[in-house]
Design a protein around this ligand. Structure first.
Ligand code: AMP
Length: 149
């Protein structure tokens, strides 16, 4: 870990905490809900980004949204999984920051979001920052600070 005297944690850049785009499980807007549900179940994640073929961010899709979309009046209607596309169900309201943003900004977004998406200045998706990574880092930092006092 970097020496505590050298910097203020809140002003630190976020790129060291980022899971890079190539390691982020994602689906395309025109994938079926069935495919998205398979990716979500196999990866074990609650929600994943929706990216197009040029890695532009379109939204997020979650298990809860997919299950909600197949709820009929009397029964669950699994046949809808094959007939519905991800872009008909995903949310486009998401937490997104720039790759030049600070730890402070990522931390404040992560209060309400389990992960925050990161884009560069050209609007390309660069990766995600998870709340757990930020908290683990903050925890380490606070322990180090305590040892010093
Ligand atoms: P974690 O803090 O590792 O439990 O991750 C919190 C949430 O971030 C997960 O439930 C997913 O929605 C998302 N997430 C974490 N890692 C990845 C990944 N490699 N690909 C896609 N989504 C991820």
């Amino acid at each position: 870990m970097q020496k505590l005297d050298d910097w203020n944690i809140l002003d630190n850049k976020i790129t060291p905490f980022m899971i890079p785009a190539e390691k982020v499980a994602h689906v395309h807007p025109d994938n079926t809900l069935e495919h998205a549900l398979l990716v979500l179940i196999k990866s074990g994640y609650t929600a994943i980004p929706v990216l197009d073929t040029s890695f532009k961010l379109h939204g997020l899709i979650s298990k809860a949204q997919i299950l909600d979309s197949i709820l009929g009046l009397e029964r669950i209607e699994p046949e809808r999984l094959q007939n519905t596309k991800v872009d008909g169900v995903m949310t486009s309201s998401l937490a997104c920051i720039n790759d030049s943003d600070t730890f402070e900004r990522a931390l404040s977004y992560s209060i309400n979001h389990p992960f925050v998406c990161v884009e560069n200045s050209d609007g390309e998706f660069m990766g995600i920052i998870t709340r757990s990574k930020l908290l683990a880092y903050l925890n380490g930092y606070l322990h180090e600070s305590r040892k010093k006092t």
